[in-house]
Design a protein around this ligand. Sequence first.
Ligand code: ZN
Length: 317
Amino acid sequence: MYRIGVDIGGTGIQAGLVNLQGEIIGQKECSTNVKLGFLKIIESIRKLVDSLLETYNLTPQDIEVLGFGVPSFINQQGKVTCVNLNWYEEDFITTLRETFPEFKVAAENDATVAALAEAKFGSMKGYPYAVMLTLGTGLGAGIIINGQPFVGAHGMGSELGHVVIGINDFKCKCGNNGCFETFCSATGIVRHTKRLIRIGRKSCLVDVCKGELNRLSAKKVFDAYRIGDEVAVQSINRFKKYLAIGIANIINGMDPHIIAIGGGVSRASDIILDGLEEEIRKHILYKKEDFAKVVVAQLGNEAGIIGAAFLEQKQFG
Ligand SMILES: [Zn+2]
């Protein structure tokens, strides 16, 4: 038996055939043609899945579950709104069931899906209470309890990126000020660094960006940190301080065994993990006790496919 995981992203869609050991056997992909609309995107996924089955000479009966990861919240009625995909209250689950009647269909938010993959086959394997933070453009989070995704009573839980942990100099897209993701994401790092430069702080990043600050990226800030650029050091230290506060909140709230950090920002894991444990300890309540190990995610982009493949079907409204 096999499973199929489909990772739906704003620019591309990947469908992977996964064996029961969590290894990707084969993969097909297409670009996400957002302009064509919801139904055409689902149609293009049907083609990817059919082509996977054909390539590996399989039938739908060989597939235990066809799982999907979407960059969005799925509500209790199975509907999805995702601005990046140009989807507004689309009847996602019903449409999947109609498009793939021969399959058991399952779906979750992409950060939850990545967490499931890391908990089953990657950095968080063997730990019953596991949390993954995906630090990229935003901060996605997934909570796994005893091997199963936890998304709460109404499906909207695990949005740890919107836990308020301080006061920031710009508002979050959700309307609040001080969300975890506004401090601890690539966007947060870039915005704060730009602000320091705009108020007149000297930085090599101005030359690195050839004077055009819209070329600034989190990677450039981490690179400048490595050579001791003062603005970059201040910006990254601020990021690390808030990462520790955010993680301390997770520990105070749910005390997981392990927390994995993934996403593009985690490529600078040597910088991120350096001193993090001590900083977290400052902010947790029970300072003398053991607390969650913080590790770097292992599966990279493959987590989206593997995690989706290992979702289980659940009831929607
Ligand atoms: Zn927010």
